[in-house]
Write a protein that binds this ligand. Structure first.
Ligand SMILES: C[S@@+](CC[C@H](N)C(=O)[O-])C[C@H]1O[C@@H](n2cnc3c(N)ncnc32)[C@H](O)[C@@H]1O
Length: 320
């Protein structure tokens, strides 16, 4: 039995191996928790795109409006022929709002969702034939080693979607310090950061009426069910998202609908009725708090843009 289990573990792809390690670790933890980076297989990436089209989900359309209106100013700060590096590039959609103004020399999309990254960067290359497009499947929560060509001239890192909010403040510092190490002095960092706001607006955004965010959250269990040797039944869990005002973050959980046991490989985990698996945090910042955090990590604020309702912010920072 033990031999059979080891054989199976060895035959898993690196993605499934990472999922296996995280699921075994996270289900054994107290409270149970997994990193949100495991949401993103191909279906997870497609579901995120659908979330971004939901009327309640203000971050995407607000950030896109800010980028559209600020493209000229961003291009002036970045200069022409920049080497663009997008972290968590997903559908590589937001960068399109900047390409004509920026006229970068190169674009490198970095994402953990391999197949989606491949499809979306190929599409970008086909639509912008003058642009030298590259893709790198990597985990940006680990120290990044950017290819030398990516840093050719005037590097500009782009980190949209308020993905920085998925890190807790100490993880966000570690991420920014790693990025500081990976970029030469003088590089730009264009980063989207969601803002502290009214609880209702926040909670609606993560509980869309069509239930797409619920499907996205449950997709984590679907990945475990289909990718690993597990009897987990996603129908026995439900989506919950709420604003934890004290911690200034949206929390997403999967709530066990009943007392149950879940097997992953040869390990069995007990869930009490109502017990949760914590799947995501999305921290909200004030502009001052974010600029302070970035400053601690060697990034100086150069400019910041917000929408009139002050829902979302985009910062241009310079690596010291
Ligand atoms: C919230 S979505 C944002 C997508 C897109 N950038 C946007 O703003 O609409 C997060 C993206 O980051 C990717 N991602 C999440 N965690 C990652 C990690 N640790 N390393 C690399 N990519 C990651 C996901 O696959 C996904 O495409």
């Amino acid at each position: 039995m033990a031999l059979a289990i080891r054989t199976q573990a060895r035959s898993l792809s690196p993605e499934k191996q990472a999922l296996r390690e995280e699921a075994l670790r996270g289900f054994a933890a107290s409270p149970k928790a997994m990193s949100p980076k495991f949401f993103y297989d191909h279906r997870g990436s497609q579901l995120f795109e659908l979330i971004s089209q939901q009327p309640e989900y203000y971050p995407t359309r607000t950030e896109e409006t800010i980028l559209r209106l600020s493209a000229g100013a961003i291009a002036e700060l970045a200069g022409r022929n920049a080497s663009l590096v997008e972290l968590g590039s997903g559908a590589s959609r937001k960068i399109r709002l900047l390409l004509e103004a920026l006229r970068p020399a190169r674009y490198l999309g970095i994402d953990i969702s391999r197949e989606f990254l491949d499809i979306c960067t190929r599409r970008l290359a086909a639509d912008y034939r003058w642009l030298d497009v590259h893709a790198l499947c990597a985990d940006f929560s680990q120290p990044l080693k950017l290819p030398a060509e990516a840093l050719g001239q005037r590097p500009l890192a782009f980190f949209p979607g308020s993905s920085i909010g998925n890190f807790d403040p100490s993880e966000a510092r570690a991420f920014l310090r790693n990025l500081h190490q990976a970029l030469p002095a003088g590089s730009g960092l264009l980063i989207g950061v969601d803002l502290v706001k009214d609880r209702q607006v926040l909670e609606r955004a993560y509980n869309d009426a069509a239930g797409v965010t619920a499907l996205f959250n449950l997709n984590l269990l679907e990945r475990i069910r289909t990718g690993l040797d597990s009897d987990i039944d996603p129908r026995r869990f439900e989506h919950r998202a709420f604003y934890n005002e004290q911690a200034s973050r949206i929390e997403m959980h999967l709530v066990s609908r009943q007392a149950q046991q879940v097997r992953i490989e040869d390990q069995v985990f007990d869930f009490a009725a109502g017990e949760t698996l914590h799947t995501e945090n999305s921290y909200k910042y004030t502009p001052g708090a974010f600029v302070g955090l970035a400053g601690e990590c060697g990034f100086v604020s150069v400019a910041m843009w917000r929408d009139p309702a002050q829902l979302f912010s985009v910062h241009f920072l310079r690596r010291e």
